[in-house]
Design a protein around this ligand. Structure first.
Ligand code: 5AD
Ligand code: SF4
Length: 435
């Protein structure tokens, strides 16, 4: 029998990247082959994101292109996976008549069956959310490489008022510590040098009395040459025990992604973030005391309903106080079904854009200053490969996840750790020489 080939395009967060690998693992096991070529694929899947409206609009645009492929060859199966599948459900099948399969994040086990049915002309839809599904027993499909994502928990119970995630990905649930540890072991044996433990709110990981700090520590002990990263932490749940675990293990990166969202207590309350700015800054201070080399990145939303110029300035102030190494910065986008959706989206597009630009400009100058502090210092770089711009140079990353570029040497290969002395920086990149 002919092996059908599957092409998958992934949008959105790292969780989706990990889910795509999971889906690929499932499909390969059922006899499908994977292809990078959309034109020859028998099955075209989009793993989608709903976090902001512009993500959804981009995916709708892409579906338009894919329609042309389906028009030419109606035997192809088109499927929507992920958050948009969950959010828009059968609308996608009814409105976009070309879509054959719609599968939400908790029903991927049924995907092979839906695809088989679609070849016989039947439409398939699976969008039930689960309180227990963690895909713990499924090994994600991964090309050989240095870095891997491991999803350790699914869903989110935080219900930040702007966020669609609790509705598209359901309630929090954790994988078992043993199976995660085994996955880390397997990746280490395959030559991976860096893993990132993923969850919408990793700090609420829990398995049989083990918390996230226990998981992090167990993962770090598997292979001392493997760098361990994790994301995302919620400022209310990040424990002292976790901070100690980070200091105690050399191979846990001293880097914490700690979304602040806003610098104004009034806005934080409306966002249902459940912490104050004072709590947040205390946490940063405590982390810096315990882990002197720690660096931080963050997420910021500009133009949340009722945000005043004063609230916005409070955000800029917090950014200056913390001196983030990096930030993901967004304009507020109302999402149907969320609590904030019922508030008036009263900050004009123009003001949102102006504030966002101020936030971006400030972060760029902070990143540059932070990087300048590294000039003359030594950083340990995990070598990834040739630099994008020139094959005379190698590129790798620091413990704090910054890209570093340095002249190539024959004895250095991808996966090696090298000490590099930094001699030049931009806001995004470090340059140096091997010492
Ligand atoms: N509008 C803008 N940004 C959002 N985020 C989540 N929901 C929204 C929204 N409705 C941002 C938050 C979150 C990141 C993943 O995306 O900053 O931390
Ligand atoms: Fe969304 Fe908040 Fe959960 Fe993050 S913590 S996924 S922002 S609800």
């Amino acid at each position: 029998m002919k092996q059908n080939s599957v092409y998958i395009e992934t949008y959105g967060c790292q969780m989706n990247v990990a889910d795509t690998e999971l889906v690929q693992g499932l499909l390969v096991e059922k006899g499908y082959s994977l292809t990078q070529n959309i034109d020859t694929a028998d099955v075209i899947l989009l793993n989608t994101c709903s976090i902001r409206d512009n993500a959804e609009q981009r995916i709708y645009g892409r579906l338009g292109n894919i329609k042309a492929i389906k028009d030419k060859d109606p035997s192809k199966v088109i499927g929507i996976l992920g958050c948009m599948a969950e959010r828009l459900k059968k609308d996608l099948i009814e409105e976009k008549k070309m879509v054959d399969v719609v599968v939400g994040p908790d029903e991927y086990r049924r995907l092979p069956e839906f695809i088989d049915d679609a070849f016989t002309g039947e439409k398939g839809i699976g969008v039930k959310l689960s309180r227990t599904e963690t895909y713990d027993d499924i090994l994600p499909y991964r090309e050989n490489g240095l870095s891997a994502w491991i999803s350790v928990m699914r869903g989110c119970d935080k219900f930040c008022s702007y966020c669609v995630v609790p509705f598209t990905r359901g309630r929090e649930r954790s994988r078992s510590l043993d199976s995660i540890k085994n996955e880390v072991k397997l990746l280490s044996q395959k030559g991976f040098r860096e893993i990132t433990l993923l969850g919408q709110n990793v700090n609420s990981y829990s398995d049989n009395g083990n918390d996230f700090a226990d998981l992090l520590s167990a993962s770090a002990k598997v292979d001392p040459l493997m760098r361990i990263r994790f994301t995302t932490s919620h400022p209310q749940d990040l424990s002292d025990k976790l901070l100690y675990t980070i200091t105690e293990n050399d191979n846990i990166c001293k880097y914490i992604h700690l979304p602040v969202q806003s610098g104004s207590n009034r806005i934080l309350e409306l966002m249902n973030r459940t912490y104050t700015i004072e709590h947040y800054l205390n946490l940063i201070e405590k982390a810096r005391k315990l882990i002197p080399s720690v660096s931080f990145s963050t997420d910021i939303i500009s133009g949340f309903p009722t945000e005043s110029e004063e609230d916005h300035r409070a955000t800029l102030t917090v950014m200056r106080q913390v001196e983030y190494d990096g930030a993901y910065m967004f304009k507020y986008s109302p999402r149907e079904g969320t609590k904030a959706y019922r508030m008036n989206d009263d900050v004009s597009e123009e003001v949102k854009t102006k504030r966002l630009n101020e936030i971006i400009d400030l972060q760029q100058s902070i990143s540059l200053t932070q990087n300048q502090k590294l000039i003359g210092k030594q950083e340990i770089i995990l070598v990834e490969g040739d630099s994008r711009k020139s094959s005379d140079y190698l590129s790798g990353r620091t413990d704090s996840n910054k890209v570093a570029i340095f002249p190539k040497q024959d004895n250095i290969k991808p996966g090696d750790y090298v000490a590099v002395k930094i001699n030049k920086v931009t806001s995004a990149t470090l340059f140096g020489d091997v010492i």
